[in-house]
Design a protein around this ligand. Structure first.
Ligand code: SF4
Length: 234
């Protein structure tokens, strides 16, 4: 699919207009709009908690780029989910890595930076590589949902990502956990096996624990550290 490259001003206009027009659209229609507007300059980012948005995007744009951040701290099950997605789905998985390995980071900053300064650790291992990896795209989609936590309750379906100067798309922003589970069951979508083991939101192993009865989905992320987001979505 060939589409014209847009200037940053055009992208911002598109984001604002689509933010109004697509608020009530289905997730698939939002992704069809993205595919038709941006073509190969559109990608999906995935934490490999599940492959729902990647699956939806592959229906709109077969062979779509699916960007995965390999921080060096993932659970083996997450890496296995990434490999399974690459093997069986009609997507092009792109793995981004930080500038430093964990050993190199430990040598420069000391071990277990995630316990002492998780914001710095996320900046080095998540935010910076994603900034770099998204450079070639005009638009990116995420799996953010409003029901995941109070901090995500106002997530727009389409918005202008002023920091990266790209269109940011959250096609399942209005979905509930039940919607996700229905889609997974209906389409046989790959999910991370840790979801069956008490984890509701899956990030790096040192910063993720199982959730307790009544907790919101992201309560197991950076528990006890007063941190709710890695910085990618702020
Ligand atoms: Fe580091 Fe934890 Fe952030 Fe992963 S989630 S990059 S281990 S602070």
């Amino acid at each position: 699919m060939t589409t014209a490259q847009h200037t940053a001003e055009e992208l911002e206009r598109l984001a604002v207009q689509a933010g109004r027009d697509l608020e009530e659209a289905s997730a698939l229609d939002v992704l069809r709009w993205a595919a038709g507007t941006f073509g190969r300059r559109f990608c999906v980012t995935s934490s490999m908690e599940d492959a729902v948005v990647a699956h939806l995007a592959s229906r709109a744009l077969p062979g779509v780029d699916v960007v995965f951040l390999d921080t060096g701290y993932h659970f083996p099950e997450t890496i296995g989910t990434r490999d399974a997605v690459a093997a069986v789905m009609d997507v092009n998985v792109i793995t981004l890595t930080p500038r430093q390995t964990v050993a190199e980071q430990d040598a420069e900053y000391g071990p277990r930076l995630h316990d002492r300064d998780p914001d710095r650790c996320c900046a080095l291992r998540k935010v910076a590589p994603l900034e770099e990896g998204l450079r070639g795209y005009d638009a990116w989609a995420t799996g953010l949902r409003r029901d995941e936590s109070p901090t995500r309750a106002n997530t727009p379906v389409v918005s202008w990502d002023a920091r990266r100067r790209k269109v940011k798309i959250a096609p399942i922003a209005r979905w509930t956990q039940d919607d996700v589970e229905s889609y997974v069951a209906e389409h046989g979508v790959l999910t991370n096996p840790l979801l069956m083991d008490g984890y509701a939101s899956i990030g790096c192993a040192p910063c993720t624990r199982r959730v307790l009865e009544g907790e919101d989905a992201r309560a197991g992320r950076w528990a006890g550290l007063g941190k709710t987001e890695c910085g990618i979505h702020q």
